[in-house]
Write a protein that binds this ligand. Structure first.
Ligand SMILES: Nc1ncnc2c1ncn2[C@@H]1O[C@H](COP(=O)(O)OP(=O)(O)OP(=O)(O)O)[C@@H](O)[C@H]1O
Length: 261
C-alpha cells in the first residue's frame, strides 16, 4: 500500500463536439510519496492539466484507479455526494483564478484556513512564509504585482492544509527573473506545510531546479519518469531528448516549441 498518492492505469476521455471521443490521459500510472516534489513536463495539450484535475477529483476516470493512503481518492459522503479524501490544492498560471478580487487578502487566507481548521499556520505566518509583510492582509489582490499575487495564491493554497499542492504552470505568466524564485518558494512552502508538490511546467530548467523526480508526458501518456538528474543527464526516450535539446542554450530557460507534427 502506498503512503501517498497512487494513480494506477488512469485514463480520462473527453466527449468532443460531434460525439468524437478524445483520450486526453491514457493509462497513466504515477505515485507521489509524502514530501516528494514531482515535476510534470510535456508540450501543450499532452494532458498535464487533465491529469491534475483528475487527481483533484474534478474529472471522472474512464478507467483506472486513483488512491491516497490506499483509499480511493473520492468516496461517497453525506447525501451520497463524492467527498475528496485527498486534500489537494491547485495554484494556477493566473493567480486571479484562485483569488477573489473583491476580498482582502487576510479574509481570503482565513477562508482557506477554515476549510480544515487547525492544519495551517496563522495568516501572518502564511504571509511571512511567502515573503510578504503582515500589512498585506488588509489589501486587495489588485494592489500587488503579478509575482506578489502568485505568492498570495500559494499562501491561499497552503492555508487549507493540503496533502498535495499542484502548480499548474504557476510560473508561466511571470517575468523570467521571478520564475525560479517563485518555483523554489513553492517547493519550500509545500514541504514546510508537510505537503507533496506536483509542479507542472513547460520550463524544464526550473523543474530541474526544484523537482526530486521528473515525469514526461506525450499525447496523454507518460513516456519517461525518473529521478530528475537521471532524466536530465541521461534521457532514455527520443522524445525526452528532443524536449531537452529544445531548451535555449543561452540561459538554459524558455518556452518549449511544439514538437508533435
Ligand atoms: N473539458 C474538455 N473537453 C474536451 N476536451 C478537452 C477538455 N479539456 C482539455 N481537453 C483536451 O484534452 C487535451 C489535453 O488537454 P490539457 O489541458 O490536459 O493539456 P495540457 O498538457 O495541460 O496543455 P497546456 O500545457 O496547454 O495547458 C487537449 O487536446 C485539450 O484540447
Amino acid at each position: 500500500m502506498s503512503d501517498g498518492l497512487a494513480l494506477d492505469n488512469v485514463s480520462v476521455t473527453y466527449r468532443q463536439p460531434g460525439g468524437r471521443r478524445l483520450r486526453a490521459v491514457h493509462d497513466v500510472s504515477l505515485a507521489i510519496e509524502p514530501g516528494e516534489v514531482v515535476g510534470l513536463v510535456g508540450e501543450s495539450g499532452c494532458g498535464k492539466s487533465t491529469l491534475a484535475r483528475a487527481i483533484c477529483g474534478l474529472e471522472s476516470l474512464s478507467s483506472g484507479t486513483a488512491s491516497f493512503e490506499g483509499h480511493p481518492i473520492t468516496r461517497l459522503g453525506l447525501r451520497r455526494r463524492p467527498t475528496p479524501l485527498l486534500r489537494a490544492q491547485m495554484v494556477f498560471q493566473n493567480p486571479y483564478a484562485s483569488l477573489n478580487p473583491r476580498r482582502r487578502i487576510g479574509a481570503q487566507l482565513e477562508d482557506g484556513r477554515r476549510i480544515h481548521p487547525g492544519r495551517a499556520p496563522s495568516v501572518v505566518e502564511l504571509l511571512d512564509q511567502v515573503g510578504l509583510e503582515s500589512s498585506a492582509a488588509q489589501r486587495f489582490p489588485h494592489e500587488f504585482s503579478g509575482g506578489q499575487r502568485q505568492r498570495i495564491a500559494i499562501a491561499r493554497a497552503v492555508a487549507t492544509g493540503p496533502d498535495l499542492l499542484i502548480g499548474d504552470e504557476p510560473i508561466a505568466s511571470l517575468d523570467a527573473s521571478l520564475q525560479a524564485r517563485i518555483a523554489t518558494l513553492m517547493r519550500s512552502v509545500a514541504l514546510d506545510a508537510g505537503a507533496s508538490l506536483l509542479f507542472i511546467s513547460h520550463d524544464l530548467s526550473v523543474v530541474r531546479l526544484i523537482a526530486d523526480r521528473m515525469v514526461v508526458m506525450r499525447a496523454g501518456e507518460i513516456v519517461e519518469a525518473g529521478p530528475t538528474e537521471q532524466v536530465w543527464s541521461g534521457p532514455q526516450q527520443a522524445y525526452t531528448k528532443r524536449l531537452l535539446a529544445a531548451i535555449p542554450k543561452a540561459d538554459g530557460r524558455g518556452e518549449l516549441p511544439q514538437l508533435l507534427p
